[in-house]
Design a protein around this ligand. Structure first.
Ligand code: AHM
Ligand code: MG
Length: 321
């Protein structure tokens, strides 16, 4: 097998983005290895369980969330290509002091409710142009990607050239090797949603879910880690949903740290996304911690889902509890 390392691949294929992009991916690669090393000893390490703190969303912060946030944020801030960093675990973005080309957003450890049970979790990153603020529409992204800490560690990233490539970590050589070149979203009929929230869903979401079950041929798969659920959706196909519901009237997932980067990646792989009837990459964030409803998947599945949404989404409400 011709082994192409991540570093060689970036040099050969992203020359248009120049040396700063190579520098950035090297930093992300190094940091992924550090976090993966810690996670692979989860169960044996000090950093287990809750830190006792809550984050800006009032959610329980795990010690490993704090660890990953510090490692990833500090490494990015030290990279000369980076002007600033926003993180799901930080109330405000941090400025690096370098005149870097990029503003990076990240969710350092997504799916953290799965940490304690040794299930897949991930890191999500978005690469925005330097500007006065990280509050930018997703359609300004240069690139985005994720690291999946699963049975093997993978790094998948997308650039505006419409290319999505996946690399698997070889722990024997300490390198990420190209394993999934030029990924195009799959065609399988899989739906992925926390259906335990059924009673909270809007009428149109309930109608959609009932219709695809009646249509038949669908499998339900839901890990509860967005990175893992999106990775499966990317490779196999289907649809991932976290809609607005009566408990999460704005949706649960965060635009800057989760939704925009992963929407960009799915769209670059030939898929599609919708949030309240619009392309998620067209939403201008009004605040760092903005949440939005999201459906991401193959074009066929997003079109089907959209056909069930009321033409005026405001009318499709639920009683907020
Ligand atoms: P987190 O960033 O605090 O881990 O929360 C985001 C996670 C996503 O990874 C996942 O899609 C979703 O929350 C699962 O939520 P739920 O447990 O409500 O199904
Ligand atoms: Mg998250």
């Amino acid at each position: 097998m011709n082994r192409i390392t991540l570093n060689d691949f970036v040099k050969a294929n992203n020359a248009d983005l120049g040396a700063p992009f190579q520098q950035l991916l090297l930093v992300i690669e190094k940091t992924a290895k550090i976090i993966n090393d810690k996670l692979s000893r989860n169960g044996l390490i000090e950093e287990q369980g809750s830190s006792g703190d809550t984050n800006v969303y009032g959610e329980d912060v795990q010690k490993l969330d704090e660890y990953a946030n510090k490692v990833f944020t500090d490494a990015l801030l030290a990279c000369p290509a980076v002007a600033g960093v926003g993180s799901e675990e930080l109330a405000e973005p941090k400025i690096s002091g370098h005149d870097g080309l990029y503003l990076i957003t990240h969710d350092p450890l997504d799916g953290s409710s799965n940490i304690d049970t040794n299930l897949p979790i991930g890191t999500i990153f978005g690469v925005y142009p330097q500007n006065t603020s990280v509050l930018q529409k997703g359609n300004t992204l240069f690139a985005s990607g994720y690291i999946l800490y699963g049975p093997s560690m993978m790094l998948v990233y997308a650039t505006t050239a419409g290319k999505v490539n996946g690399f698997t970590y070889d722990f024997q050589t300490n390198e990420f090797i190209l394993s999934h070149p030029d990924i195009k979203i799959g065609e399988k009929k899989i739906y992925s949603i926390n259906e335990g929230n059924w009673e909270l869903f809007s009428e149109s979401d309930k109608n959609y879910l009932t219709a695809i079950k009646k249509e038949g041929g669908y499998s339900l798969r839901y890990v509860g880690s967005m990175v893992a659920d999106i990775h499966r959706t990317l490779l196999k196909g289907g649809i991932f949903l976290y809609p607005a519901d009566s408990k999460h009237p704005e949706g649960k997932l965060r635009l800057l740290y989760e939704v925009a980067p992963l929407s960009f990646l799915i769209i670059q792989a030939g898929g599609d996304g919708v949030s309240r009837g619009v392309n998620p990459l067209d939403i201008m964030p009004s605040k760092h911690d903005q949440r939005v409803p999201i459906a991401l998947g193959s074009k066929v599945e997003i079109e089907k889902y959209s056909s069930f949404q009321k033409s005026n989404p405001i009318l499709d409400t639920f009683k907020v509890i």
